[in-house]
Design a protein around this ligand. Structure first.
Ligand SMILES: [Zn+2]
Length: 241
């Protein structure tokens, strides 16, 4: 006799960018183990690859391309999967940085993060169409998960930002001519950005500084100084604690 296969529950989840509903299943122990191993390896590429692989496994219906989706949809999906698979609450502790008589309090307090409270925060005034000068305007797009997570490591903040900006450019129009970013190499896009004036660059920079991101809010009281902390939680690797 073969061991019975256990049915896993299926959940509906609505994607923040499009409002489209897809069906997911929780990840199973084997997949959780893969994720933990990836996080322990501290190898960013491995973490991204494994996360995407597990998310793909868990999508039961819906035609999704994780490479093309905006990064915050993938974050959101992953957090939803974590909630359905391991649990909605994460217990964590923080060190209180309040100044008490000019000295950091240092008290340790516990907080429970309820990840089912995850929201994607979008700034209202963010525009996808940026006028650069006169007839030249740029149509922006949200960067992918791989790009957002890979841009870490040894690069300076300025270099990172230029790489993110270059991956956010969908097309450039100059009067009646349109240049699609996919027809140009990464180097050509970086060169284009580096050739902008500071004022023009700032318009693009403002787009990436105000990208949507996930946020989970929680509270915790420091037992030492009694301060009620409001915590904003944004670190996805800690979802496995
Ligand atoms: Zn304190």
């Amino acid at each position: 006799m073969t061991i019975p296969k256990i049915d896993v529950p299926i959940y509906d989840i609505t994607l923040p960018s499009t409002g489209k509903t897809i069906k997911i299943r929780p990840f199973v122990v084997k997949e959780e183990k893969l994720l933990l191993m990836a996080i322990e390896s501290k190898d960013n590429e491995n973490i991204i690859k494994t996360t995407k692989q597990v998310i793909n496994n868990c999508i039961v219906s819906g035609d999704l391309d994780l490479e093309k989706m905006p990064f915050f949809d993938v974050d959101y999906l992953f957090i939803a999967l974590r909630a359905k698979s391991i649990g909605e609450n994460i217990e964590t502790s923080y060190v209180c940085n309040n100044l008490v008589d000019g000295i950091k309090c240092g008290g340790v307090f516990d907080a429970v993060i309820d990840i089912s409270n995850c929201v994607i925060e979008k700034k209202d005034d963010i525009t996808m169409d940026i006028n650069i000068s006169g007839k030249i305007s740029i149509k922006m797009k949200y960067p992918s998960y791989s790009i957002m997570k890979m841009i870490t490591g040894n690069e300076s903040n300025f270099q990172k930002k230029i790489r993110i900006i270059s991956s956010c450019i969908d097309r450039i129009t100059n009067g009646d001519k349109t240049y699609s970013s996919k027809d140009y190499s990464k180097e050509e896009m970086v060169e284009f950005i580096e050739g902008l004036t500071s004022e023009q660059y700032k318009k693009l920079e403002s787009f990436v500084d105000n990208l949507p991101s996930f946020a989970i809010e929680s509270n915790g009281t420091c037992p030492k100084c009694g301060f009620e902390h409001k915590i904003k939680y944004t670190d996805f690797t800690r979802f496995f604690q």
